[in-house]
Design a protein around this ligand. Structure first.
Ligand SMILES: Nc1ncnc2c1ncn2[C@@H]1O[C@H](COP(=O)(O)OP(=O)(O)OP(=O)(O)O)[C@@H](O)[C@H]1O
Length: 389
């Protein structure tokens, strides 16, 4: 049984279709990152799962039960927002205790003075305090329990929000960009902390982010949503290396994947410069095709030694790598290469080079953006042999 399932979740706002039948099945303890460009519907989907908004169609199943018509408070879901949503007038300890107090204490038990006088409620309060302290210790925030949110750093507030979400052992964890208010160094550190916490708690998690490195590094599987449709749900490696759709290929990777536009010729063959390919499904002549390959698979060779002649337009030194922008000689198109600084020594703008490509790294997409399986050869005009991938 899946830990949670979203089935055909569909939503429109004022006639605008925002979610177009999104389905996700999460395994027990799985960490799924939901990524996509701004406005693709990520937060809307999360709010619907949390019960803060309602779908027009579709089901939310948690632990085998359909919770679609249950109120947010009855779904046993914990949510961490980008803003952390801590109560500013309560201390960290009181903030963490809120979900436990709401569930376990009676109305009278929650009142500061009266609650302390009722023996049964006093016992529950002591147990809540114990749980808050244990959770705070595991997140290393025990020294902050008496502080209010205004007296803490962004990273500390984020940990208090996580502690508050985890303390009641939810069935599902939802996180909406929980790291986006942290600076770059703290973000990388906090990524590791969240992954560790997730591993220890084993609660299935849906994690929304627009940061692709966060998604690829943290998740068991990545869900790529574009324009309200889930285009691919797969392991980070497959999402990156074997995108099923051009939009997925374009969304992931920095710098962006190289794209060359071409058409099927009269013999059913596709040629982009010296890249020649034959798709496994025959295509009609003049069908538009996109040939794609990632910058890290482009190597630079001396002019005459590779297969795709080009000229260097610009180099960007980024410390651990150099981004080289080249313009192809044989056809329209800019190809970007990502190389090690040592390989860039002696390269300069204006210089002619040959680009070398591994045929197995080349992806081919049809005009609808669907990936095609193809036999690919790189044939230099100067060389007779072809390399097949
Ligand atoms: N309550 C609402 N009423 C009308 N339109 C809404 C409402 N909530 C969201 N939208 C619209 O739905 C679309 C998706 O919004 P959503 O916040 O889900 O996107 P997102 O993928 O989370 O974006 P971001 O990465 O920028 O946070 C947007 O065009 C937004 O304007």
């Amino acid at each position: 049984m899946s830990a949670f399932s979203l089935r055909d979740v569909t939503k429109s706002y004022s006639g605008n279709s925002i979610l177009k039948g999104v389905s996700i099945e999460a395994e027990a303890g799985e960490f799924i990152a939901l990524v996509g460009p701004s406005g693709c519907g990520k937060s809307t989907l999360l709010r619907i799962v949390a019960g803060l908004d309602h779908a027009d169609r579709g089901e939310i199943i948690i632990g085998g039960e359909d919770v679609s018509s249950r109120a947010a408070g009855d779904r046993n879901i914990a949510m961490v927002f980008q803003s952390y949503a801590l109560y500013p007038h309560l201390t960290a300890g009181q903030n963490i205790a809120v979900p436990l107090a709401m569930r376990r204490l009676s109305m009278a038990g929650r009142l500061p003075l009266i609650g302390g006088l009722l023996p049964e409620q006093r016992k529950i309060r002591a147990e809540i305090q114990r749980q808050v302290k244990t959770m705070a210790a595991s997140l290393k925030i025990d020294h902050l329990l008496e502080r209010k949110p205004g007296q803490m750093s962004g990273g500390q507030r984020q940990r208090v929000a996580l502690a508050r979400a985890m303390v009641r052992h939810p069935s599902v964890f939802l996180m909406d960009e929980p790291l986006s208010n942290l600076d770059a160094n703290l973000r990388v550190h906090a990524r590791g902390e969240i992954v560790d916490l997730h591993r220890k708690a084993g609660v299935p998690t849906l994690y929304v982010t627009h940061d692709q490195s966060e998604a690829l590094s943290m998740a068991d599987r990545v869900a790529v949503m574009i324009g309200g449709r889930l285009l691919q749900l797969d392991s980070p490696r497959r999402i990156y290396d074997e995108p099923v759709h051009l939009e997925v290929a374009k969304f992931l990777g920095q710098p962006r994947i190289n794209l060359l536009q071409t058409v099927v010729d009269d013999n059913g063959l596709v040629q982009a410069g010296d890249i020649r390919l034959l798709t496994h499904t025959p295509l009609k002549p003049t069908t538009p095709i996109t040939v794609a390959f990632r910058p890290e698979f482009v190597r630079l060779a001396r002019a005459g030694d590779g297969s795709l002649p080009a000229r260097i337009e610009r180099l960007e030194f980024l410390g651990s790598e150099v981004i080289v922008f080249t313009r192809l000689a044989a056809m329209e198109g800019i190809v970007v290469a990502k190389i090690a600084p040592a390989e860039a020594i002696g390269l300069a703008a204006g210089q002619p080079v040959d680009l070398k490509l591994d045929p197995s790294a080349i992806l081919v997409f049809d005009e609808k953006g669907d990936r095609l399986s193809a036999e690919i050869a790189i044939v230099s005009a100067k060389r007779t042999e072809a390399v097949y991938g």
